[in-house]
Design a protein around this ligand. Structure first.
Ligand SMILES: [Zn+2]
Length: 279
């Protein structure tokens, strides 16, 4: 086991012990010096049929919680679940014959269930967002309504919301919506982000060029891989060793302060977690 002498958090990845690498991916992460994981539930349609009601989401949430418990046993630190509804679900539902409004209501119901897990202390944060691809206006409006519902749940339950959105370095309008719902913008995280972002906190994809930008700024940021753990898409995203490897590289480049910012200060700011206490 390598020891990088710092907490090392991957802020967004997926684990699928049934079809993917599962705990072997966690072991790879830990062996290179990784200590903490935020595990996001897979899109619900990957684990079965399209949801029909709020209870349809329970199975994927329970699966993720089980995976997190197993992962925590293999880490020096721990893992936490992030539960929610993938924004791409709106298109699957509309293609299946739902109106955008019916899709909105179903996705909001799934978020309501995810928020119950947060309220019970079984999940750390919520996941929402809007499609990263072009959609018709009614679908876009429905998606924005779903995202705003997630913000209001985050405010009610005092938890962060991770977002999947279009590629952008300026989401100030979205951050203002969060604050209108009562959720501070420091508790809104854009997953798959570049090195700088106006509005929410960026969870930076751990490529060197993006990280160099984030490290050189003095703004809060997180690091992630979006590892999908899908054997059908082996090269789709970064692997589970990437965050610890990039932390080693940042330290070699003299960016000790940026490593502390991404793995200690920003997790405390966004999620209220102490990544040093559990080591
Ligand atoms: Zn993801």
């Amino acid at each position: 086991m390598e020891d990088l002498d710092t907490p090392v958090l991957d802020n967004h990845l997926h684990l699928d012990p049934d079809h993917g690498r599962g705990m072997a991916a966690v072991d790879d992460f830990a062996r290179l010096g990784g200590t903490h994981l935020l595990v996001v539930n897979k899109p619900s349609w990957h684990l079965g049929d399209l949801p029909t009601d709020r209870e349809s989401f329970r199975h994927v949430f329970e699966t993720t919680i089980g995976v997190v418990a197993a992962a925590s046993e293999r880490l020096d630190g721990r893992a936490w679940p992030v539960l929610g509804v993938h924004p791409g679900l709106v298109s699957h539902l509309v293609d299946d014959g739902h109106s955008p409004e019916a899709a909105r209501d179903l996705m909001q119901a799934g978020l309501d269930l995810a928020a119950e897990y947060v309220a019970d202390g079984r999940a750390l944060a919520l996941k929402s967002g809007r499609p990263h691809y072009e959609v018709e206006d009614a679908v876009w409006d429905a998606s924005n309504a779903v995202m705003r519902h997630a913000f209001s749940l985050g405010a009610d339950h005092d938890c962060a919301v991770q977002l999947h959105t279009e590629a952008s370095d300026d989401l100030t309008e979205v951050a203002a919506w969060a604050e209108a719902e009562g959720l501070d913008r420091t508790r809104v995280v854009k997953h798959y982000a570049g090195g700088e972002l106006a509005g929410p906190i960026p969870s930076v994809m751990s490529e060197k060029d993006r990280l160099a930008v984030a490290a050189a700024s003095d703004a809060p940021f997180l690091m992630e891989t979006d590892f999908v753990d899908d054997p059908d898409r082996p090269g789709a995203v970064l692997g589970p060793k990437t965050v610890p490897r990039r932390v080693r590289w940042l330290l070699e480049e003299g960016h000790d302060e940026a490593v502390h910012r991404a793995h200690v200060e920003t997790p405390e700011l966004v999620y209220g977690v102490d990544t040093t206490a559990t080591l």
